[in-house]
Design a protein around this ligand. Structure first.
Ligand code: PPS
Length: 568
């Protein structure tokens, strides 16, 4: 008596073991597409039936219908375009009817796709239709406009095997295995709770209430595929969830991990989440305030209203086949020493809260995290991940013309930082990097982009390990600079310093005689002379190193870093 999957039956796309062996052989001779992380997540839920009734990546008619009407072409409610984006070059080699192998990161073929449609989507129109905006502050919009491949390939799938996972294997379920667990426990009413964050007391109170209100058992169903950039990593989160479970009454709650790639798509995403939970056998789904919200747009306004998601689900209640359990935020009333719904609070109540930012601050400083807020065993997991007193890793990224003074400033900055503390610093200077990391690269746009991507990647790894990276390439193009920023900001800080010394000054210095050679045409594509430099629009700092003392200028950078607590 668990609910029927969306569209009536579970669309599992994995072939039988015999057929999978044949497909594996066939895959070896087919054009192969190496899946991106997001495509890998989508493929897993396509193959295991989590995206029922989809039989593959959307074809053009379904895609257009989903954008326009939030429905597949046959009228079935479906809010999110599940598409396979590929390069122009790869798309150019395909014809309808062709078969392609979809490969995992380690080259294992996971599925064969029989190509239906190949088309070039209008990505801005897609962003507008699905996410209601083309503002790149929305992570899914930035992904779609700047980091997705330009062609879509739709078609049906024959699955060879699911993508492999080596962590928390006992907690990873397919819709079929989860339904099996529910049956084994005798659960026929299950309310699912979606999350991408560590859970604290407020969440426990909310989920307990939801279970009580619906007379259902509780499924804690966190997303461990892709969530919002900057989120706590899923390993840490799962340890937190495991620490939370014993705080529920015996036999009430179950934990299972969902390998979904979230889009942070607000209302449409909430409908999608509900359908996915129905496919996993749940009868009820909790939708709180600002469900799957991406935060604020570039003008500081929220992308979606706090209850837009609840309203959209309510409008489609009759065809969803899973019941929404709408929830207000739960807040702690100190005077009552208990949690209450935000709407139940009266003027007499003393409401207390600790925001995500405040929690991170307390973790960093080692300040106490009160028991009314969360459980000591969860604090222990979080403190292990974020040891107190350790400042974040960060990158200082100098950009500017040749001869602007980037290397001098970088040297001065490094000396001043080492004078204060022994934190490790790595210098990635333009000329130096080209001797090893980027050896062999020239100065075409492509090679310059590759150079900056490499520098950005290394800096990101340094930041991830809590270190300091100081980069000093010309980095003339905004795109790769933005990418370098993302790679560091995923793990710590990023400070872009535009060394804005004028071309006239750089050329008059001409320490290496390169400008003169460029003017004579002996050096081609020379930045500022015969190749463009896109000045940063909003760098953290802008320094004209045409005059003044490098030490004083570097001190201004130190002050900026210090003010953010990065140099503690
Ligand atoms: S880029 O664009 O960021 O990849 O450049 P970068 O790796 O920083 O390398 C710049 C140094 O290479 C020398 N050089 C040139 N620069 C610009 N354009 C052309 N065509 C060129 N050919 C050689 C130049 O000395 C740069 O060093 P800096 O330290 O910036 O003066």
């Amino acid at each position: 008596d668990l609910p029927a999957p969306h569209g009536g039956r579970l669309c599992e796309l994995l072939a039988s073991p015999e057929r999978a062996d044949q497909l594996r052989l066939e895959a070896a001779s087919l054009p192969a597409w190496d899946l991106t992380e997001r495509q890998r997540c989508d493929l897993e839920l396509l193959l295991n039936g989590g995206f029922s009734p989809l039989a593959g990546f959307l074809g053009r008619a379904d895609y257009e219908s989903v954008l326009r009407a939030m429905r597949l072409a046959d009228g079935t409610l479906w809010p999110m375009p599940i598409t396979l984006d590929v390069s122009e070059d790869f798309a150019g080699r395909l014809q309808p009817g062709a078969r392609i192998a979809l490969r995992d990161t380690d080259n294992t073929p996971l599925a064969i796709l029989t190509v239906g449609d190949i088309w070039q989507p209008e990505r801005e129109a897609e962003a507008q239709a699905v996410f209601g905006t083309t503002d790149r502050a929305h992570p899914a919009v930035a992904q779609l406009l700047d980091r997705s491949h330009p062609f879509y390939v739709g078609g049906t799938l024959e699955g060879i095997q699911l993508p492999g996972h080596y962590d928390f294997v006992g907690l990873r379920d397919t819709p079929r295995s989860l339904r099996g667990k529910f049956k084994a426990e005798g659960w026929s009413r299950v309310v699912a709770f979606q999350t991408r964050n560590p859970l604290h007391r407020a969440h426990r109170e909310l989920t307990l209430r939801a279970a009580g209100r619906t007379g259902a058992k509780l499924l804690i169903h966190p997303v461990v595929g892709m969530t919002k950039p900057g989120d706590v990593d899923h390993y840490t989160r799962v340890r937190c969830y495991q620490a939370l479970l014993p705080h529920y009454p015996d036999g009430l709650a179950m934990l299972s991990l969902l390998p979904l790639a979230m889009r942070m798509g607000g209302p449409r995403e909430a409908v999608w989440h509900a359908i996915i939970r129905k496919n996993h056998g749940c009868t009820h789904f909790i939708v709180g305030r600002d469900h799957a919200g991406p935060g604020n747009d570039s003008h500081g306004k929220p992308f979606y209203g706090p209850y837009d998601a609840q309203e959209l689900l309510a409008r489609h209640a009759d065809e969803l086949g899973i019941e929404m359990v709408p929830f207000q935020a739960m807040v702690y009333a100190e005077n009552r020493d208990t949690y209450i719904g935000a709407d139940e609070a009266t003027a007499a109540d003393v409401i207390r809260d600790i925001s995500g930012t405040e929690l991170r601050r307390r973790l960093h400083t080692g300040e106490a995290i009160p028991e009314w807020f969360t459980f000591p065993d969860i604090v222990k997991v979080l403190r292990e991940r974020h040891p107190a007193g350790r400042p974040p890793g960060f990158t200082v990224f100098f950009t500017g013309l040749s001869g602007a003074g980037k290397s001098t400033l970088a040297q001065a900055l490094i000396s001043l930082m080492l004078e204060r503390s022994s934190r490790p610093v790595t210098l990635l200077d333009g000329d130096e990097v080209r001797k090893h990391l980027s050896k062999g690269l020239g100065f075409s746009r492509e090679d310059r982009d590759a150079n900056i991507t490499r520098i950005g990647w290394v800096a990101g790894e340094i930041v991830r390990h809590g270190g300091i990276a100081v980069c000093a390439p010309i980095a003339p193009f905004a795109g790769p600079r933005a990418q370098a920023r993302r790679m560091s900001e995923a793990h710590g800080g990023f400070c872009e310093v535009h060394v804005a010394t004028s071309l006239e000054v750089c050329e008059s210095r001409d320490r290496k005689g390169l400008y003169a050679a460029a003017r004579r045409g002996e050096i081609k594509q020379f930045t500022g002379i015969s190749d463009p430099y896109e000045a940063p629009e909003n760098p953290e700092l802008r320094i004209d190193a045409g005059g003044g003392d490098p030490r004083t200028q570097a001190l201004a950078i130190v002050d900026w870093l210090d003010a953010r607590g990065w140099l503690r």
